[in-house]
Unconditional design. Structure first.
Lengths: 789, 186
């Protein structure tokens, strides 16, 4: 049964499907129920690991059968295994958010297809309906029931990004879409395989929509092959061990993952954590900025997610409930149960979702959602990243398991189409963003161009592969200096690339991006955000065009210099951008955020950054307040004492620059540290036993638990360009005034937290710890320490 | 290709009659990036009939690997490459035997408290830790024990017995006493 929210039926038609606790399934469908009463540990491990490997074999079959570069080089898919009632057993190791919606498809199929047309052995259901469960229409899901005899035993499923499934623009990305009717038509679950055979009528219908029917046909076979291989392996397991044993293993995987998740939560204080981010330019030519919020309430053994406060759906930047939830699940797995091989089914028993119908991140039909795969889904991940990172930080068990925001918090889609070097029509997206950086950890730096944690198997295709499938030449692909988000532990350097056309008269691009005018990789614990996506375009003048071929032969990266005056920044949305011979397009992938106050960075690490080219010396000296000295041998060294003095000066300057606090800090003496909230923020207790948010640098109270610690901080509002030297002037694309805010300790000037915000938005209440639960938690921790001693 | 393979074996002083050849052709549906290989006879001439037979074998093999409905003949079929595998069995060399110390105690490195999940024993058990390279051969030991090797550690739960054979294999048997340890492997 789908649930009601604000009187609206969340059944996957107008609003995104939210399955209820029980499913309304036709009684004619029989479920396999026998379960072995006991399970020896070796059999459990063998079957459990085999089940996990099946997802890898499943993915391998997709790669081998599909000829699409999106599948074969970008691994833009993910398989999963689910119980007979659609609860997750294992995600595969590919793009996590794809799997994060498959349970909803299966539950919807059980509720809506079990009576008519029925669910039988040999069937598979295809769907690309974002209101049921994909992040946009190009992500096509194929769900396959696995029967043992005439009883439903489990499900295998996959989601693959198809190159083109129709709509008004090649490749599906559409920066001018006002509604879903300007986009590929969503298909709710439809039986495309029946009794082991492809339904030719359905296949013809599906292919008919596409500009690339051959590719669609092959991709369809790829996903069928994946499910076929996975189903065969599960039936092998059943044949070898017996269905009751495999059933017992599946149940135990869920129970074990549930127990580990609940144990992790037991050491987290009750409270609510929030994050706020922004998306800009709802359609090409529009200039507004829109707000998204995520609130995560932890109460006992449950997490509840809400997007209240998010702006209403608008233009071409929306996602549905499925993508919002899928993005969140992509973070829960790695941060809270990284040792569980993505067995998210157990944790899901303790997670509730409270979508706001009609909001930007939980849009209602018929909103435009086709760009959701690169905008809203990553947006959801980036907000969940910071909420869940802050929750994880409260328990030492999880403190090393999270990172500040990775790169690719927005995918700057430049989808290309036209005729390729062989004269054949083609469409593709640049998948290089998969080599985006990892954000700073709470104990070490992030990683340059290492790939995101929510796509463990994703790789950037080789340049040669991209040049093989598109009529382009890369001018460069490299790590970008000065692109790591600042912090005590920095975000890794991000990826930049530039390309020109090759052996074609023109390329047609759709630019469908957000996070171009402002950063979306929000910082953590005083860390700075990573830079936004940076897109540049330079049209070749006709005089230059005649010598293009000569230029290519020489050092083209320099010859096609993007620093010259004819270069313009691409707007977040551009419709039918034409790239002719010699025109150069440059893309820098949205960077990763830093963790902690940059003034706390080890000056020797800064020197190493300069030596390896991560930051320029001048910029590093200014950003991290480090003084360098040149020794007699000509080598650059850190002047430690000058650095310490300079850092003290910068902290004092912060206090001078800061606006007066909204509310004075309470005059109490903190006698005990109770809980670490982030690098410079903690909960302390005074001698009366009252809890306060405190600056851990000063050891002094900022606010009682019921209030915002930020109100007592010194607040410094800066221009967005203060975040990173790569950022251009946001006013070129947006009218809303945006700020980069620092919240500093009013006693020491140490940086506690940063914010990106519209100037009209009040400071975000990012953490609220519950008083009563905290006292219990502190007592429980003390008991544990005493027992251990 | 056959001649080149034969030459390579000749350099290794392998007699020609001991070499076995396997001929394969890699095919795929157009635009795919991976081939499926099928065996072919050593054809002197590739004619329409043998080509059709090869394509049929490819589609059969493909359906076995990826499922009957995963083929896509309409895209066209590409014949990508030929390959020859030449194999000759080498003489069997005897396996080197390993030798350990004479009693388990001499191989012991220390003890560790270990919690054996699911073994039926309660709480922490004081467990002997052994150097796996020095462990005696053909001498059974009843668990609990930890045996450390350079690449892995073998956990011997309390209800198992372990024995190292002459070739260095560790054989664990469940529910065994010392008397009959090592008879079957698990």
């Amino acid at each position: 049964m789908s649930i009601l929210i604000n009187g609206r039926k969340m059944d996957g038609r107008t609003d995104g499907y939210v399955p209820g606790r029980t499913l309304n399934i036709d009684p004619s469908l029989k479920f396999f129920a026998r379960k072995a009463p006991s399970l020896d540990p070796i059999t459990y491990e063998v079957i459990r690991n085999t089940l996990w490997s099946i997802n890898e074999v499943h993915g391998d079959a997709i790669v081998r059968v599909s000829g699409s570069p999106i599948a074969a080089f970008g691994f833009d898919f993910n398989p999963s295994i689910m119980t007979s009632r659609g609860d997750f057993v294992y995600f595969g190791p590919y793009l996590q958010f794809h799997a994060g919606m498959q349970d909803m498809q299966v539950k919807w199929i059980l509720e809506n297809r079990s009576q008519n047309p029925g669910i039988r052995d040999g069937d598979m259901f295809l769907s690309n309906d974002p209101w049921v469960g994909t992040c946009h229409q190009n992500d096509v899901m194929l769900c396959c029931p696995v029967f043992h005899g005439d009883e439903l035993f489990c499900w295998v499923a996959n989601t693959l990004h198809f190159v083109d499934v129709g709509g008004t623009t090649a490749g599906g990305w559409n920066p001018v879409a006002k509604s879903v009717f300007d986009e590929p038509t969503p298909i709710p679950p439809i039986k495309i395989m029946e009794g082991g055979k492809i339904r030719r009528d359905i296949e013809e219908d599906f292919k008919r929509r596409s500009r690339a029917p051959q590719s669609v046909a092959l991709d369809l076979r790829a996903v069928i092959a994946g499910n076929t291989v996975a189903r065969a392996r599960i039936l092998d397991l059943i044949g070898k061990y017996g269905a009751p044993i495999v059933h017992a293993v599946i149940d135990r995987i869920l129970d074990d993952s549930e127990r580990i998740f609940v144990n992790a939560l037991a050491d987290v204080p009750d409270g609510e954590w929030s994050e706020r981010g922004y998306l800009e330019v709802a359609n090409a030519g529009e200039r507004r900025v829109y707000k998204g919020e995520l609130h995560v309430r932890k109460s006992g053994d449950r997490l509840t997610f809400s997007n209240r406060g998010t702006d209403p759906q608008v233009g071409a930047i929306n996602i549905t409930f499925a993508a919002w939830r899928g993005g969140i699940l992509s973070v829960v797995g790695p941060f809270f149960c990284s040792n569980l091989l993505y067995a998210i089914g157990g944790p899901l028993r303790h997670m509730d979702f409270e979508p706001t119908p009609g909001a930007l991140t939980t849009a209602s039909y018929p909103a435009s959602v086709a760009n959701g795969g690169a905008i809203g889904t990553e947006f959801s991940i980036s907000l969940a990243n910071n909420c869940l990172a802050k929750i994880a930080h409260t328990t030492p068990k999880l403190r090393r398991h999270y990172t500040a925001n990775n790169g690719m918090t927005q995918v700057a889609v430049i989808s290309a189409s036209g005729n390729d070097q062989r004269g054949e029509p083609f469409m593709n997206v640049f998948l290089d963003a998969y080599a985006s950086p990892v954000g700073g950890y709470s104990f070490r730096d992030g990683l340059a161009t290492a790939g995101v944690y929510w796509g463990p198997k994703q790789t950037a295709p080789n340049v040669e592969h991209a040049e093989m499938v598109m009529p382009i030449l890369y001018l460069h692909r490299r790590e970008v200096p000065n692109s790591g988000g600042l912090g005590r532990y920095t975000g890794g350097a991000t990826l930049g690339l530039a390309f020109t056309t090759h052996k074609t008269d023109r390329l047609v691009h759709q630019v469908a991006a957000c996070g171009v005018s402002h950063p979306t990789a929000l910082g953590l614990a005083g860390g700075y955000p990573g830079p936004p996506s940076i897109l540049k375009f330079r049209r070749m003048t006709s005089a230059q065009r005649s010598s293009v071929e000569a230029l290519k032969a020489k050092d083209s990266a320099r010859s096609l210099d993007l620093e010259v005056s004819e270069t313009r920044r691409l707007a977040p949305k551009e419709f039918n951008l034409i790239q002719g011979p010699g025109d150069v397009c440059e893309m820098i992938v949205a960077g990763a955020a830093g963790y902690g106050d940059p003034l706390d960075r080890d000056p020797v690490a800064v020197l190493a950054d300069v030596a390896d080219g991560t930051y320029d010396q001048d910029y590093a000296g200014e950003a991290f307040a480090v003084k360098f000295a040149v020794g007699a041998d000509g080598a650059v060294r850190v002047d430690q004492s000058a650095t310490a003095a300079h850092r003290d000066h910068v902290r004092r300057t912060r206090l001078q620059r800061a606006a007066a606090a909204e509310r004075p800090a309470p005059q109490v003496t903190i006698t005990e540290t109770v809980l670490e909230l982030s690098d410079h923020l903690m909960v302390g207790r005074d001698k009366r036993g009252d809890f306060y948010y405190c600056s851990s640098v000063a050891g002094r109270a900022l606010a009682p638990l019921g209030e915002s610690y930020k109100a007592a901080c010194g607040r410094i509002d800066m221009d967005l360009t203060a975040v990173n030297p790569l950022i251009g002037d946001p006013r070129e694309f947006i009218d809303d005034e945006m700020q980069f805010r620092l919240f500093v300790c009013p006693f020491t000037g140490a940086l506690i937290e940063t914010e990106i915000a519209r100037s009209v938005d009040v400071p975000l209440l990012d953490v609220t710890i519950d008083d009563i639960g905290l006292a219990r938690l502190v007592e429980a921790r003390r008991m544990r320490i005493e027992t251990a001693q | 290709l056959t001649a080149r393979a034969a030459d390579a074996f000749k350099l290794e002083h392998v007699e020609a009659e001991r070499i076995k050849y396997r001929y394969e052709i890699g095919l795929r549906y157009k635009t795919q990036l991976n081939e499926v290989y099928v065996d072919v006879e050593r054809a002197t001439e590739f004619d329409e009939t043998s080509l059709a037979a090869t394509v049929a074998r490819f589609e059969e093999r493909y359906a076995t690997v990826f499922g009957a409905e995963a083929g896509f003949r309409e895209a066209g079929i590409e014949l990508v490459d030929f390959r020859v595998a030449a194999r000759a069995r080498s003489d069997n060399k005897p396996m080197p035997e390993v030798k350990g110390v004479t009693v388990h105690r001499e191989a012991q490195r220390g003890t560790r408290p270990v919690h054996f999940v699911g073994s039926g024993s309660e709480g922490l058990l004081s467990t002997a830790v052994y150097d796996g390279d020095a462990f005696p051969t053909n001498l059974p030991l009843v668990g609990p024990a930890l045996i450390e090797l350079s690449g892995t550690t073998i956990v011997v739960p309390p209800d198992y017995a372990v024995q190292r054979d002459s070739y260095g294999n560790y054989i664990l048997e469940r529910g065994a006493s010392t008397a009959d340890a090592g008879r079957t492997s698990t």
